[in-house]
Design a protein around this ligand. Structure first.
Ligand code: C5P
Length: 441
């Protein structure tokens, strides 16, 4: 179980919260799946977005609606993991745990769980040595919670002594040791039914998912998510247009934005097919990815993947290809450089938007280096899409290959400009907008 375990990491409010982020990386590096809960105090030190970016999952906070059937309830959240790790475990969190107080998401999850709990305390030396904390520590040990750290050393507050949170690698070692021990921490009395398959749809999806090897949240989203039952087609990345067997024409697209949209759509419950040009990033999870090289291959793959309810054309398709690519490598010779005759590539977006198989919602992208909105408006009409997501890719913006994007949504209704966001956030907002468009009115 130590390999590929599911860990629920609860990050409390202390200066060591930033090490919680390093801990996510450490767990991921070791092949574990991490889901993050950030307490309100923890969110004073690090943002839910950084937790979500590193876990690749939503970050659960007190602001997150756990009452919505579309989301995971706190009971499932507490039981879905193989191990709960509390790091940093603040004096406050330890006190709540020791006394069975459940007045926020983290403490409720800790009280509702039937899983083992590992805590990595971090606090000021006097708070750690205070009889109240030591009493709570003894109580928690007695309740079956295990501890790693705290280490001794100089503290952020300037004092010296025990209270520094253990290093992420040491916490990960302790977590793996704890996982190897297996089992649940609280045996239920005879006659008590701990199965949650009679409960909510999320729990049922969780059990079905185990059989299908799909994470519960994806299985749950596929039934209850805002895009449940919808087929979603997306192109991403550049295309390579061969000059000869070793050379090609291409562009600087990284595929990050398109892949992020594919991932977000899958998280929202859609059945996603991603047609990807050559990129250096991994295939998104729970998405059927088809790898292509050239624009013509991309068009063929898109046509094969239809019908779909939604199509997003985020690929930076090369406008031209070499009319006749050479069968063998072109050699330098006395005749000077070869003259490359170019031919226009098919416009995939325009072809599909005007075809009989047109998806109900067609979205294009427009990468521009000047007059961004003006060009996007023209493209909306010319290509026949419902929406154009326009972005400025002039070199100064760092959009191509970077992690941030500033976009303008241009539709028949007008222009909606979003602030600079991470590509993941653009993806999530866009998917939400798409889901809203499909909501029954
Ligand atoms: O014309 P331009 O390349 O700026 O248009 C961008 C939009 O059209 C993007 O959504 C892109 O994926 C799509 N496109 C396409 N096939 C092409 C060129 C662009 O699907 N050959």
């Amino acid at each position: 179980m130590a390999n590929g375990a599911r860990i629920l990491l609860i990050i409390g409010g202390g200066i060591a919260a930033y090490k919680g982020l390093e801990l996510i990386r450490e767990f991921k590096k070791r092949g574990h799946d991490v889901r993050g809960v950030l307490t309100t105090a923890g969110a004073q030190f690090i943002t839910p977005l950084s937790v979500a970016s590193l876990t690749g999952d939503v970050c659960y906070t007190d602001l997150f609606s756990l009452t919505d059937e579309a989301e995971m309830g706190h009971i499932e959240l507490s039981r879905d993991a193989d191990l709960i790790v509390v790091a940093p475990a603040t004096a406050d969190l330890m006190a709540k745990m020791a006394n069975g107080i459940a007045n926020d998401l983290a403490s409720t999850v800790l009280l509702a769980t039937d899983k083992r709990v590992l805590a990595a305390p971090a606090m000021n030396v006097r708070m750690w040595l205070h009889p109240a904390t030591q009493r709570n520590l003894a109580q928690l040990k007695n309740d079956g919670v295990t501890f790693v750290g705290p280490d001794s050393g100089e503290m952020a507050c300037g004092e010296y002594g025990p209270g520094r949170m253990a290093e992420p690698a040491a916490i990960a070692d302790a977590a793996e040791a704890r996982l190897k021990a297996g089992g649940t921490v609280i045996p239920l009395p005879p006659g008590t039914d701990s199965r949650i398959d009679k409960a909510r749809p999320a729990a049922k999806a969780q059990i079905a998912a185990k059989a299908a090897d799909v994470p519960p949240r994806i299985a749950h989203a596929a039934k209850n998510g805002p895009l449940a039952g919808k087929s979603f087609l997306i192109t991403s990345g550049p295309t390579h247009e061969p000059i000869d067997p070793v050379r090609y024409i291409s562009n600087r697209s990284s595929g990050k934005q398109g892949h992020a949209i594919a991932r977000a759509a899958a998280e929202a419950g859609a059945k996603v097919t991603l047609i990807s040009g050559p990129v250096n990033i991994p295939d998104p999870p729970h998405v059927e990815t088809v790898h292509v090289e050239s624009a013509r291959e991309m068009l063929a793959a898109v046509e094969k993947a239809l019908p779909a309810d939604i199509a997003v054309f985020a690929a930076a398709v090369a406008d031209w290809r070499v009319a006749t690519s050479a069968k063998d490598k072109i050699k330098k010779g006395p005749g000077g450089p070869p003259a490359l005759a170019l031919a226009e590539n098919p416009d995939i977006l325009a072809t599909i938007a005007k075809s009989r198989k047109r998806p109900r919602l067609v979205i294009g992208f427009a990468a521009e280096t000047e007059k961004v909105i003006e060009h996007a408006r023209a493209k909306l009409k010319k290509k026949g899409s419902d929406l154009i997501v326009a972005n400025d890719v002039s070199p100064a913006t760092g959009t191509f290959g970077g992690d941030a994007n500033t976009v303008h949504l241009v539709s028949a209704d007008g222009v909606e400009s979003w602030p600079a966001l991470s590509k993941d956030e653009v993806a999530q907002r866009l998917v939400k907008k798409i889901a809203d468009a499909f909501k029954p009115r």
